[in-house]
Write a protein that binds this ligand. Structure first.
Ligand code: CO
Length: 430
């Protein structure tokens, strides 16, 4: 399972690649692409997927019988990194640097002194108009060097005070000796450089994932470990007679989700509505199905830190290899409540998967995630879960070697189950 995870992470250096590679896996399993710009013809029992901006994807399988509910998972395709600006090269007297800005909240230190590569998408001029292409230079081509400790004693191993526009500019080459980024992209695309219109390019860590001891380390575990698990669960789950099985992979979680393709967009609701209308159902039937539905928002959680156990809440410490984590927050940064967390616990019990409960120390704000944001567009019972990991938002993160399989097992069982909500607040689980 972890080898397949490492393969997925390596194939997904950016959100665009995560969507393209997930689409490839879906196609291989018989899922069909539905363009948003065309009318949909839906068949019972068939799997489909829709993309938006080519950086978010929603895959789903139509039930074989009458639609009763939606069994939905969500994870995110993006990770904190550096976006390369439109005019990339910053020429100096000796060195050429790349002009970048931060995307999301990375741990700056972790990106330094390691070979980085460049991937993303470019748009090119064609005789008909414009075409989009994915690019991935794959090999090391940039590096952000630390200042030697002898020259900058104040740093002394700390990570505070890095200036994005000064300390974190990547080295690209030497003045007069290095090739331009665009010429390298044009070469990869076998196109004239002047045909490139514009770019969405990112620096990424090309280091492969590795298993060691009881752990695994890889780039982008937040949140590709959950994206991989949710997609794998959808692909291996048995078809449902009554539930629409849905897997959402959203872009832009790391920058607040407020984009046309993010969890705060209408993407999920648009897709659910089009499915219901395509199946000849009314809006009334769509809203009825939502009342019986559950959204499982999957994003990694902070595991107990070996050097800093004091950051964990004493009663809500979660550990690597301890199974799936349910996340709670009084201020609703996490959606889990007694009902949604209760239903998900029943699923994990049915799956034979251990569950851990996470809450931040009351004086630590913590992060936010997809669930509560998606709820502003699709109001549905939602639970926030994840896997315990260390060093979240580092260029190289660490998780437990047993947990991916737990997550896949829990989500597969979830897809194969259905809930029926009764008037008195009780639920029947099948
Ligand atoms: Co995340």
């Amino acid at each position: 399972m972890n080898q397949a995870l490492f393969h997925y992470i390596a194939a997904c250096p950016t959100a665009y690649h995560a969507v393209a590679y997930s689409a490839q896996l879906l196609q291989a399993a018989g899922y069909q692409h539905l363009p948003e710009g065309q009318l949909w013809d839906l068949q019972p029992g068939q799997g489909y997927y829709v993309t938006r901006n080519r950086s978010s994807l929603i895959a789903f399988r139509i039930p074989t019988g009458d639609l009763h509910s939606f069994q939905m998972t969500a994870a995110h395709t993006d990770s904190p990194c550096f976006k390369i600006k439109e005019n990339p090269e910053l020429p100096g007297s000796h060195y050429v640097q790349l002009s970048t800005e931060g995307y999301g909240g990375m741990i700056p230190d972790s990106w330094m002194d390691r070979p980085l590569s460049v991937a993303g998408r470019v748009t090119v001029r064609t005789p008909q108009g414009l075409a989009q292409h994915l690019v991935d230079l794959q090999e090391p081509c940039a590096l952000i060097p630390h200042v030697a400790i002898h020259m900058d004693r104040k740093k002394d191993g700390g990570t505070e005070g890095y200036n994005m526009a000064v300390d974190l500019l990547p080295l690209w080459g030497q003045t007069g000796k290095s090739r331009s980024l665009r010429s390298r992209l044009a070469e990869q695309l076998t196109l004239p450089e002047e045909d490139i219109l514009t770019t969405d390019l990112y620096l990424y860590n090309p280091q492969p994932g590795v298993s060691w001891g009881n752990f695994l380390s890889a780039p982008r575990l937040d949140d590709l470990q959950c994206a991989f698990s949710a997609l794998t669960a959808l692909l291996q789950a048995k078809p449902s007679a009554t539930s629409l099985q849905v897997c959402c992979l959203f872009d832009n979680e790391e920058v607040g989700s407020q984009t046309k393709q993010g969890a705060a967009s209408t993407f999920l609701m648009d897709v659910l509505e089009r499915i219901c209308l395509g199946l000849g159902q009314t809006r009334q039937q769509l809203l009825t199905a939502l009342a019986h539905s559950l959204l499982v928002s999957c994003d990694n959680a902070h595991g107990l830190h070996p050097n800093h156990p004091e950051y964990a809440d004493k009663n809500h410490t979660v550990c690597l290899n301890g199974g799936v984590v349910i996340k709670y927050n009084a201020n609703q940064r996490y959606t889990s409540d007694a009902v949604s967390a209760g239903l998900f616990q029943l699923i994990c019990q049915k799956a034979g998967v251990p569950v851990q409960h996470y809450a931040n120390r009351a004086d630590i704000v913590g992060g936010s995630t997809l669930g509560s944001i998606a709820n502003t567009q699709v109001s549905v019972n939602t639970v926030d879960i994840g896997l315990a990991q260390l060093a979240m938002h580092s260029a190289y993160e660490t998780a437990g070697s047993e947990d991916t399989a737990y997550m896949v097992q829990a989500l597969t069982t979830f897809y194969e189950s259905t809930f029926t909500a009764a008037e008195d607040g009780s639920y029947q689980l099948n």
